[in-house]
Design a protein around this ligand. Structure first.
Ligand SMILES: [Zn+2]
Length: 239
């Protein structure tokens, strides 16, 4: 990277204060898998609790995705508070069984982005062959009823959206949103891209849904002026 790029980025960062980090998680399990690709998606409850405590010790406040969304549209002085937002992708039953009691005890808001085909294991999670890890309807409704939790959409079948036609993308995105809305009885305002994958068609479809935000799978911290439909995240990984 040339000097000019470095200077530009520093100037950009000075004039666009950091609003929050968004941490991306998947599963919370007592015993992590042996398989490397599965292990990457898993953290233990002890690790999660330690991470929360570390952030709090450094002066961070855990905020909900709705709070973050409203921060995007308000004006800030340069000294913005340090915020962090916790998100879980796919819709695993362990988010309810293991993560929820811990987050409830610590009073940490969080969001779960649900692939609607995985609810009640109607579709398999092919990266966990033979296992039935999808959240059940009852648990999802209990999570949704708790103000600490926000339910977002994450398509119907978890495809790479950038490999689909605009019509197929439209179906994946709007059907997942509609199913969740009819299940939960209210609007679903947040979305995350499966595999972090999108193209220009995806963006124009997502922008025409009632969503307030759409989250990517990488990209660092959220700064003022960010595109709300391309919100960067930081993957939380346990070594
Ligand atoms: Zn996913």
């Amino acid at each position: 990277m040339g000097n000019r790029c470095v200077i530009y980025r520093k100037l950009h960062n000075l004039t666009h204060p950091m609003l929050s980090s968004i941490l991306m998680l998947h599963r919370v399990v007592e015993q992590r898998s042996d398989s490397h690709s599965q292990r990457e998606l898993e953290v233990t409850p002890n690790f999660l609790e330690q991470t929360i405590s570390d952030y709090r010790q450094k002066g961070y406040t855990f905020i909900s995705i709705d709070e973050l969304s409203s921060l995007l549209t308000t004006h800030h002085s340069l000294s913005t508070k340090k915020n962090v937002c916790l998100t879980f992708d796919d819709g695993y039953q362990d988010n309810y069984d293991i993560a929820y009691p811990l987050l409830k005890r610590l009073e940490v808001p969080f969001a779960v982005y649900v692939t609607t085909g995985f609810i009640d294991n109607r579709l398999p999670m092919w990266w966990y062959p033979g296992e039935h890890l999808g959240i059940n309807t009852e648990s999802l409704k209990i999570l949704d009823a708790d103000p600490l939790c926000t339910i977002g959409a994450h398509t119907v079948s978890h495809p790479r959206l950038d490999t689909l036609s605009p019509e197929e993308q439209q179906r994946e995105i709007s059907k997942s949103c509609q199913s969740l809305e009819s299940l939960l009885g209210h609007a679903v305002l947040h979305f995350s891209y499966p595999h972090g994958a999108y193209n220009a068609d995806t963006l124009s479809i997502v922008e025409h849904q009632p969503f307030l935000t759409a989250l990517c799978a990488w990209g660092g911290t959220v700064r003022q002026g960010v595109n709300p439909f391309l919100m960067p995240r930081i993957e939380l990984r346990q070594i």
